[in-house]
Design a protein around this ligand. Structure first.
Ligand SMILES: [Zn+2]
Length: 597
């Protein structure tokens, strides 16, 4: 957290309880400090007179706290904890605060002592003297009773983040309703209750602490009745985390605060093999072949949370390594979701830019194009400006990777058409080199998931199960395939969820000339037909060429990796691609018949 983001420019009124949680720029008395402690190690290498002019203070929310009992891993690595523990505020006599060279020396000395400056606050000499007196004892706690509770919520939040990092939680939902509040977490795509006993006032306090103290948008207070957006930078267990904050007022005076957890991670140099994300070996080959070309656009479509960013990050790292780090890669992202080594990542804040009546993307895009790029990753194509940027970058001979909102791979060209690109360009062999659509499906727990055939034969089987079995018979062999579904209570190994992870299901199209020709003629149905025709029509083969995202899912379902229920909630009925194939060839046969007449 930068110093500037913590300390607002204008003087804050520090009497109100909400403002008290924020670092004030000016302090009247020591009771105005948020709960925390004076730090004992007060830079001993310093001249005695200087030592009397400031005091190091650590508010509770900057302190590290014991990990939850089930924490594991880096227990022995004390250095990471130490780094967080030493984040401090500097309470400085007002006059010295204007002496920049003196301040610079103090901060340098403190850095040497292992302190990291979180903010500085103008403080009367009397308060400093009073706090320094306590330094003759052990580090003392300054914790007023009225403030203790907000300190507790700070600890609550920090523990929550620790759990999120350990358990791969993707989102935190704080939901306040008229009658009660609840905190729920999204894990492997499912919403699970985390705290059903949080009081309404604690939910309010928690949300306001997160927004008022940690969000980068300072000077604005948390309001239950507004849609607020912010970015929260956070350090926990030595790991950097970014949280995307969105609040939404709900019916009857409640609100939701949703935090997307984006672990930036310390293992940034480790490339996750694309197979491990869930692509088939042939899909990986195809992805690498497409992105290895000198120019062209590779575009991934999928809903939020479909693993697009993870794929792009690993793909960029792979390309970079394959080219011996001898290429210049830029990304423009809103905001960057991962730290990618040896890549210039340009963050943009489109929401903020739009408030100012700007596009947010055009300026960085122009700068990047002047910045001598080889490869460019555009966070998302979502309007005329970004699609125009995609066209210019590709036509000037660059490899561009990006994402778009579409519901299938061949939904991408029509989206680009809507964003102003013309059909000749879309059908050109040098432009769209890769069209990808993907989703993440929950991976069944191998210990407690149940064979589907046991359910059909059980006495409690229902009409819905019989119907599903009928559909499944068209795409699988119920007698031989290992089709499994979640158990209702899970087991110890999966924390009762009956799922243990998520896996990518994807359709990857490297459009050939036939497909491109159909795209150029704006005949997406024909393009789809040509593409589906390239399939080997062998449902047991791992070759996914010409196979839909659903067919990739079905392949995993027959191996017992994903459940048919999850497939149907994500893609629709299990036999729908089969029907689509039939319909398309009938339709095209009919059209062909008509043209011959
Ligand atoms: Zn289990």
């Amino acid at each position: 957290m930068s110093e500037n983001s913590l300390v607002p420019k204008e003087k804050k009124e520090i009497g109100s309880p909400t403002a008290r949680n924020i670092a004030p720029t000016y302090l009247k008395s020591r009771t105005d400090l948020p709960p925390g402690m004076v730090v004992k190690e007060n830079a001993p290498a310093m001249h005695a007179a200087d030592r009397k002019k400031f005091v190091c203070y650590m508010p509770n929310h900057l302190q590290s706290h014991p990990l939850p009992s089930h924490a594991s891993g880096d227990k022995n690595d004390k250095s990471k904890d130490l780094k967080i523990r030493k984040k401090i505020w500097l309470l400085v006599e007002e006059e010295s605060l204007t002496n920049t060279s003196w301040l610079f020396n103090i901060v340098s000395l403190l850095n040497k002592e292992g302190f990291e400056l979180a903010g500085k606050i103008a403080t009367p000499q009397s308060v400093i003297t009073s706090l320094l007196k306590d330094l003759s004892h052990e580090g003392i706690n300054v914790t007023g009773t009225a403030e203790a509770r907000s300190g507790d919520m700070g600890i609550y939040f920090e523990n929550l983040i620790s759990i999120c990092l350990q358990d791969k939680i993707s989102d935190i939902h704080i939901e306040k309703r008229a009658w009660n509040s609840v905190v729920r977490l999204r894990k492997h795509g499912d919403m699970i209750p985390f705290d059903r006993n949080i009081s309404n006032s604690d939910a309010e306090r928690l949300s306001s602490i997160i927004y008022n103290i940690f969000a980068s948008e300072q000077g604005v207070m948390f309001r239950e009745d507004e849609f607020q957006v912010a970015t929260v930078d956070w350090n926990a267990r030595g790991e950097s985390v970014k949280l995307r904050y969105q609040s939404l007022p709900t019916y009857l005076g409640g609100f939701d605060v949703v935090l997307r957890v984006l672990p930036i991670g310390n293992d940034e140099e480790v490339i996750t093999p694309l197979e491990d994300l869930g692509y088939s070996p042939q899909q990986v080959k195809s992805l690498l072949e497409i992105s290895g070309r000198p120019h062209g656009a590779l575009i991934i479509a999928g809903t939020t949370g479909s693993g697009k960013s993870t794929t792009l990050k690993n793909l960029l790292m792979y390309i970079n390594r394959a080219r011996n780090f001898r290429c210049k890669i830029y990304t423009i992202e809103d905001p960057p979701e991962y730290r990618i080594p040896f890549v210039s990542q340009i963050p943009v804040n489109r929401a903020q830019a739009e408030k100012e009546g700007k596009n947010g993307f055009s300026e960085p895009l122009k700068a990047v194009m002047r910045g001598d790029p080889d490869i460019l990753m555009l966070g998302e194509i979502r309007d005329h400006e970004t699609s125009d940027g995609l066209q210019k970058a590709t036509q000037s001979g660059h490899q561009v990777l990006s994402t778009i909102h579409a519901t299938r791979a061949l939904g991408i060209p029509p989206r680009l058409l809507n964003f102003g690109l013309d059909l000749t360009l879309l059908g050109s062999p040098d432009f769209l080199t890769g069209l990808i659509y993907q989703r993440l499906l929950p991976v069944l727990c191998p210990h407690c998931s149940i064979p589907f055939r046991d359910i059909i034969t059980s006495s409690s089987s229902t009409q819905d199960i019989t119907d599903l079995a009928q559909r499944l018979e068209e795409v699988a062999d119920l007698g031989h395939d290992n089709i499994r579904v979640r158990s209702s209570h899970g087991c110890e190994k999966c924390n009762g969820m009956s799922i243990i992870d998520r896996t990518v299901c994807a359709e990857i199209i490297a459009p050939d000339l036939k497909v491109l020709h159909a795209i150029e003629n704006n005949n997406i149905k024909l393009a789809e037909h040509y593409w589906l025709e390239t399939s080997d029509n062998d449902r047991d083969s791992m070759n996914m060429t010409g196979k839909s995202v659903l067919e990739h899912g079905l392949y995993k379902m027959r191996q017992g990796i994903v459940s048919p229920y999850d497939i149907e909630t994500t893609f629709g009925q299990v036999n729908s691609t089969l029907q689509r194939r039939k319909e398309l060839s009938e339709l095209l046969a009919e059209i062909a018949g008509n043209t011959h007449e």
